[in-house]
Design a protein around this ligand. Sequence first.
Ligand SMILES: [Zn+2]
Length: 83
Amino acid sequence: MPGSDQGRPVYPIHPKIDEESPIMPQPMTDQEWEAQNRYLSQNEATMLGLCWHCGGQGVNWTAFGGVQREVTCGVCLGDGTAS
Ligand SMILES: [Zn+2]
């Protein structure tokens, strides 16, 4: 039906990710995933005013059996500040 779609911009379908990019997302191992966690000592946390449990990041990373999750820090509830 020519003409029925006039005025509607045509976008390319799902632009492809640049395959020539040298930085390809690599799947992380569970260990690497959990290595993103940052824990502070109580002293450091107090000095920096950051949550000790997530290092001010607001999230913790957990992985088990290849299931990798990013969860909101249960100590600061995601705001990353010392309570
Ligand atoms: Zn926290």
